[in-house]
Ligand binder design. Structure first.
Ligand code: SF4
Length: 66
């Protein structure tokens, strides 16, 4: 059974792929947007219900703004 966070990730996270994470992460430094693959997350089960900075920093803000 999915937790609320996993259901939110399924609904709102662009990295969600049938329960796994695609691992595409975003960061910014000195005004420059960086996109990179996180090998620790790529093709592994979504960790929104335990620890995911992408969820906390991006998905949660999207949900809060709805
Ligand atoms: S682990 Fe994080 S980034 Fe990956 S699908 Fe889940 S919420 Fe999205």
């Amino acid at each position: 059974m999915k937790t609320v966070k996993l259901r939110n990730a399924q609904k709102h996270c662009s990295n969600w792929d049938s329960g796994n994470c695609m691992g595409v992460m975003l960061s910014s430094k000195e005004g420059e947007l960086r996109v990179f693959l996180d090998s620790k997350k790529e093709n592994k089960p979504c960790t929104a219900d335990t620890e995911c900075k992408y969820y906390d920093n991006i998905i949660k803000k999207i949900i809060d703004s709805l």
